[in-house]
Design a protein. Structure first.
Length: 280
């Protein structure tokens, strides 16, 4: 897929996520990306796996409720099937290394973090990485690039932050490229290096055990961690602090009513992610 085609699909996903409740017609979406209906449907279906109309259908409340009903014990099933660690992302195993208590106390002193903004299927994407692995994925929102960057940088107050597009681009390519375009021999293992409290890390690891394209509730995560269902608020706070968007899939968690809840980088982006995964 060419960069132009990639951008067209990204624009379409953004438009659908903003207008899904209006049930836009194929012609309307195609017009937004300046393509004829036939070519747009072909391109979208090749990338996402289903038609735009079907994609919109998976963003409805009823679909979310049905997904929860169908996947009532999805976390338990994942563990029963032999998954001893995080789930797969684009068929690539993701390993997690958490900062030690001593390193946490040092506030990342002496750590070099390389970062850059990249164009991606879910909009402008900020990638941060260290020699020990990917440590941040964020998305541009209404705050603007500088404030979004500052929000991520505050997690590492004493680190040396170095802008480096070439260093971070391979992470972007590995995480977001179409699965058919990823060469497993070059991307055998995606490593995460994350900073968080013991509780936060446990929640983030639980998120990574949710199979791609499936949904769970905050209560499901609490049960997975042997916590009372009333702990859903604490779970929600930890999820909202997720430092590695998309890779740690907080977008797969919704309310037990089927309503989608919030998302740190905007509900439209969460919808696009959910729809993209459910479709593919």
């Amino acid at each position: 897929m060419t960069q132009n085609s990639y951008d067209k699909v990204a624009q379409a996903l953004e438009f659908i996520a903003d207008h899904w409740d209006e049930q836009p017609e194929l012609s309307e979406i195609a017009t937004q990306v300046r393509m004829n209906e036939f070519n747009f449907q072909k391109l979208f279906s090749e990338w996402v796996g289903i038609s735009p109309k079907k994609f919109i259908s998976v963003l409805t409340l009823e679909h979310a409720k049905q997904s929860l009903a169908d996947n009532e014990s999805v976390l338990g099933a994942a563990l029963d099937s032999g998954l001893s660690g995080p789930s797969r992302l684009h068929d690539l195993f993701v390993s997690v290394e958490a900062m030690t208590p001593g390193e946490y106390k040092q506030q990342a002193k002496g750590l070099k973090i390389r970062y850059a903004w990249h164009r991606g299927i879910f909009g402008e994407t900020l990638i941060l990485a260290t020699e020990r692995g990917l440590c941040g994925v964020a998305f541009l929102d209404s705050r603007g690039k500088q404030e979004c960057f500052d929000d991520m940088a505050r997690r590492w107050p004493l680190a040396q932050l170095i802008e480096d597009f070439d260093y971070t681009y391979p992470y972007m390519e590995q995480i977001f490229n179409h699965p058919d375009q990823v060469d497993p021999s070059k991307h055998a293992n995606l490593k995460l290096f994350i900073k968080g409290s013991e509780f936060q890390v446990k929640v983030w690891q639980a998120l990574m055990e949710i199979p791609k394209g499936q949904l769970v509730t905050y209560g499901d995560i609490a049960k997975k961690l042997d916590m009372k269902t009333g702990a859903a608020r604490a779970i929600g706070t930890a999820i909202g602090s997720n430092p590695v968007g998309w890779v740690i899939p907080c977008h797969r968690v919704i309310r037990n009513t089927g309503y989608l809840g919030g998302y740190r980088w905007g509900l439209p982006r969460k919808l696009a992610m959910m729809g993209y995964e459910a479709a593919s």
